[in-house]
Design a protein around this ligand. Sequence first.
Ligand code: 1GP
Length: 248
Amino acid sequence: MSKIKNIYAGICKAKLNQKKQFAILIDPDKIDASNIGPLLELAQNANTDLLLIGGSLVVNDVLDELILKIKSSCDIPVVLFPGSSRQLSYKADALLFLSLISGRNADLLIGKHVESAPFLKQSPLEIISTGYMLIDGGVPTSVSYMSNSNPIPAGKDDIAVCTAMAAELLGMKMIYMDAGSGALNPISASMISAVSTAIDIPLIVGGGIKTAEAAHRAVASGADIIVVGNAIEKDPSLIRELAAAVHM
Ligand code: 1GP
């Protein structure tokens, strides 16, 4: 099956041109697919660059339906951000093939990848190898509990830097630094700056970003893509100012 591989190329091109990107995280458990129209309209009008789909649990079997609805309503690329190997849909454009490099849970470093590789290899999805780093955001998050792994302590910029560098040297295509959904504190400017300076691959930052100021601080510190989920679930009208803060 022929694959159209252009999501990662688009991300790299934006990085090269110093164009920051704004991504909205949609948790299929928290959104009603039949009611997603207004949110997508806001997202499209704000020039949202990517829609990430995923969550730590995802107990509802609505992934295909949700993505088809999104695809029929807007042309923003849809990227799977799976909390488990069950969160797979061929209707998406791409998948972040996440290895939890901040933890030492072998299953999430490589085990699940071995199990899912034959399916992914045959799938039409663009697979983007991503080093996923969980950073302590001040509260225990679902991802930290579900992954049975410790996040990197918030003040340990050096550990974050070495972890990201190792992932880049291993050939991973992107780094996702995440304080976890609903984090009390977003990732510090100093950690974002230290990691972005140490690597050449695109850096995604998310977790606990609730304001335009916080989004802007993260891009000004070196993040290439900002992901916001929780704050938009609570108030979709924030999309416009968050996107503007990232794009300015
Ligand atoms: C979580 O980075 C994402 O994986 C987004 O976090 O829901 O806190 O915005 P929030």
